[in-house]
Design a protein around this ligand. Structure first.
Ligand SMILES: [Zn+2]
Length: 125
């Protein structure tokens, strides 16, 4: 069975479902989810068009198009506070494809350049 960061795909999917359930109880503090896609090398067929999607945690999208149900899906969601939501609505969210920054010797630092992509507030289905 294929492993996603040490978990089987089924375990990873169950963790997602648990995350969505937990989010219903914490939605006062974290009312939104933002979708981050998996590696660009292997784009997810389900969520590739909805990178940076922000919707309320109880939106049906998160149930109808769950993360990591398909083996190709390595996408994840993260809870957002209203404050964070307002910030990234203005500024955008970190581009996962931004290049790494280099230190003074020209070695990659492991940090990404600050480059932002606009969020989406309507899913592309
Ligand atoms: Zn996906």
């Amino acid at each position: 069975m294929k492993k996603v960061k040490g978990f089987t795909q089924e375990e990873s999917f169950k963790m997602y479902i648990a995350q969505v359930e937990r989010a219903q109880r914490t939605k006062k503090a974290l009312p939104y989810f933002i979708l981050s896609r998996g590696p660009a090398l292997n784009p997810c067929p389900v969520h590739r068009k909805n990178e940076g999607l922000v919707l309320p945690v109880d939106d049906l999208y998160w149930i109808d198009f769950p993360m990591r149900k398909q083996p190709e899906c390595k996408c994840r969601v993260r809870g957002l506070s209203i404050r964070e939501y307002e910030r990234i609505k203005q500024q955008g969210t970190q581009d996962p494809d931004a290049p790494q920054t280099l230190d003074e010797k020209g070695n990659p630092t492991g940090l990404k350049e600050k480059r932002y992509i606009p969020i989406k507030e309507k899913p592309i289905l």
